[in-house]
Design a protein around this ligand. Sequence first.
Ligand code: ZN
Length: 277
Amino acid sequence: MYKIAITCAVTGAETTRDDNPNLPVTPYEIALSAFEAFKAGAAIIHLHVRDKDGLPSQDANVFRETMRLIRDKCNIIIEVTTGGAVGMTLQERLEPLKLMPEMGSLDCGTINFGDDYIINTIPMIKDTLSAFKDNKVKPTLECFDLSHIDTTKVLIGEGLIEPPFHYGFVLNAAGGVRYDVETLGAFVHRIPENSYWTVMGIGGKASLSAIYGAISFGGFIRVGFEDNIFYSKGVIADSNAQLVERAARIANEYGCEIATPEEVRKMFGLKSDILFS
Ligand code: ZN
């Protein structure tokens, strides 16, 4: 069997304390949640931060503080968001890349997001890719649609994205394609051979289903309060770590080992640690 990398998205941009009172919001809470997720088996933290009012922020100072607090506690790989939140400019969204984190998420197309939308035109994606390259950040190619995967293939053909590729499929977001195993299969079969991939099912049912889907197709797992706040139907999860623990247990029961951050660094060819200052 193969080694599974677990990503934990501990906060996100949309989830609130009203949704789940256990949501980490301050840099300290986010770092603690990342550390607990790491101890439970997460190799990567997908990082969003919030401002003092708890609203989504791309402020590099808040990212820096949070990243330092995380790094003081453990060597988990930090993947910053460049999706940001609805209404942010591209320039704002790219701010945390300046800190030279090891990884960042990169939206590969325009997305309906509930009643809102996040624009990612091809020129914007190309600008984003150059910011990733300038700061030596490895992108997770977030695809909400098959057309997003086809876009990445065009960009790969133009030499703008370097292997090994790491895809993140976002299924069941409001306004996007639903999660089911056939849809996941279509995504998996569309990406270049020998790519790594993870999948996030948005919402309780899709999130749990996507863990089993990932293992069935040989992919990686993503869990966390950004994607889902429930442990089971109607039951709020106690912590991000609780969701990671379950994912690790399911993977273990299937015969897979859980990849450490160092093992994932080798797979993805990452630099050995964060260079931010
Ligand atoms: Zn995110």
